[in-house]
Design a protein around this ligand. Structure first.
Ligand code: FES
Length: 115
């Protein structure tokens, strides 16, 4: 495990998300009312970048088929549901949570731990 300083906490305004590449790992960092969280950058359904999606409190929604994930745990809240018919694809792309990464703050900086 490597603890990496990624940026100042002020570099990611509340309600926004920002992607980073840390030791070859792509990480998306979210600033929520509950604090900072970090997950893999791409949706687990069809690997679309979540950065283009919508962050609502602690939930990120994929812009493609609208799967929603809890950024605190990576848990799937709603699986791909749009457009109608995508459920057929879900037989081969079943629910999968986002990978999460430990994140911490110290002296106004953000640190993420990657394997
Ligand atoms: S690619 Fe994200 S829901 Fe399909």
């Amino acid at each position: 495990m490597t603890l990496q300083k990624i940026c100042a906490t002020t570099d990611i305004p509340l309600g926004e998300m920002k992607p980073f590449k840390i030791e070859g790992e792509k990480v998306l960092v979210y600033h929520t009312k509950e604090g900072f969280y970090a997950t893999q950058t791409n949706c687990t359904h069809m690997f679309v970048p979540l950065k283009a999606g919508k962050l609502d409190d602690c939930t990120v929604q994929c812009p493609f088929h609208r799967a929603r994930f809890d950024v605190r745990t990576g848990e799937v809240i709603d699986w791909a549901s749009f457009p109608p018919g995508v459920q057929l694809l879900n037989f081969v792309r079943s629910k999968k949570p986002l990978k999460t990464f430990p994140i911490s703050t110290e002296d106004g900086n953000l640190f993420v731990e990657v394997a």
